[in-house]
Structure formats: C-alpha cells, structure tokens
Ligand binder design. Sequence first.
Ligand SMILES: C[S@@+](CC[C@H](N)C(=O)[O-])C[C@H]1O[C@@H](n2cnc3c(N)ncnc32)[C@H](O)[C@@H]1O
Length: 234
Amino acid sequence: MSDNGRQDPFGDKHGLGRVAVTALCLGLVCGAHLVILVESSSRRTTAWALYVVVVCSFHFLEFLSTALYKWRDLSFDSFLVNHSTAYSAALAAGVGEFWVEVPFFSPSIPAIVAGLAIVLAGQTLRFVAMATAREHFAHRIMTRRDASHRLVTHGVYAFLRHPAYTGWFWWSIGTQILLANPVCTLAYAWASWAFFNDRIPFEEATLASFYPDEYPAYARATWVAIPFIASEYS
Ligand SMILES: C[S@@+](CC[C@H](N)C(=O)[O-])C[C@H]1O[C@@H](n2cnc3c(N)ncnc32)[C@H](O)[C@@H]1O
C-alpha cells in the first residue's frame, strides 16, 4: 500500500517500481529532447528542447543528491516530481504559455542565452549546496533535531545561508526567461519569492532553536541572495 492507503500499482511498498519508471521516463524524455536540440533549426524548438532537458536534469540531480548523500531516505519522492500541486500547476502554466504564444513570436537569442545562463547558475548553486551539506541536507524542514545533524557553515554556506533555495529561486525564473514567457517570468518570480519568504523564516527559527549559540551569529554573517526575504537576520 502507498502512504495514502491506495494499492501501489507496482506492488512495491518502497516505491522502487515508481523510481525505476520515473527514471526511465525522465531519461527517455530528456534523451529525445537532446536529439531534438541537436537537430533543431529554429529558436522555438531550441528553447523548448533546452527547457525540457533542464527540467529533466533538475529532477535527476535532486534524486542523485539523495542517492549520493542520504541513500537511506531514497524513494520516488527524491525526484521531487510530485513536489506539490502548486509546483505542478506552475510547470503546466509555463508550458501552456509557451505553446499559446509561440505561433506569434519565437524566443529571441538573448532570451535563450540569458535564461540558460540563469538556469545553469541556479542549478549549479543548488547542486553545490546539496553536495556541501551532504547528509545534513533534507528536502523537508526538520522540526526536531537528529542526533547526527550538524550546522553546515563551510563552503558555499560560509557566505550564503540558503544556497539551495537561492539556486532554485533563480533557476525557476531562468526557465521562464529561456521560454520567453513574459507572464510566467513575473508569476514565477512572485510565486517563488512568496514560497521562500514563508519557508525561510520558519526554517531559520527551527535552526536557531537547534543551535541557539551558533545559528544567530552564523545567520547574521551570511546573506540570502533572494531579494526582500523577511529574515530577522538580514
Ligand atoms: C531543503 S534543505 C535547504 C537548506 C538551506 N536552506 C539551503 O537553501 O541551502 C532544508 C533542510 O536543511 C536544513 N538546513 C538548512 N540550513 C542548514 C545548515 N546551514 N546546516 C545544516 N542544515 C541546514 C534545515 O534544517 C532543513 O531541514
């Protein structure tokens, strides 16, 4: 049975069937769009193929980071493909806007280059953060401290206190610039900002309660590279 009590269609209570099917689907979709990218002769197909490849890569890297650093927690959820209804709706809106607008205008070369650069910078920052925090990183906010958990203050965490969130924030906006979606660029900027503006103060309060001596000083010495986040330390 799955968590919500329904019969798991793969008869696999640990989700290994779903992991295999998801990896296969992501691999096939990503591979097919890499071929489309290589063969592409228009900006429209280039932007679309790049977009699909970066989204598939994002979900693969989420899974890979758990596999490398927290393999006991590895499951279908590690792909973050079913992250939330809001995330699925955002993906659908971005894809929808692209295909509605594309008959009228194709993404420009500067939009593709700028969008791709922001996506790659955001993705790199997020993966470096996960590789730095290793087993201390979790996709969900811990509300109780594990005995083995340590406050990470080295590497990229020495100057950014939320590098993985910062990377995801800029990555999400970059995907919409890459698709040259004016409405979703603004909507993603607002929705991602609102999501992290809600999440970061809560996460910081939990960390301050786990590390009352270390966290406030660490947080005051570091930066959140997402503008206007309501943090008591910024
Ligand atoms: C999705 S991760 C995000 C981590 C961090 N906010 C970031 O953006 O890189 C959330 C988990 O990481 C933990 N966490 C956040 N900052 C941390 C740090 N500097 N050291 C150790 N764990 C941290 C939180 O307690 C939470 O359980």
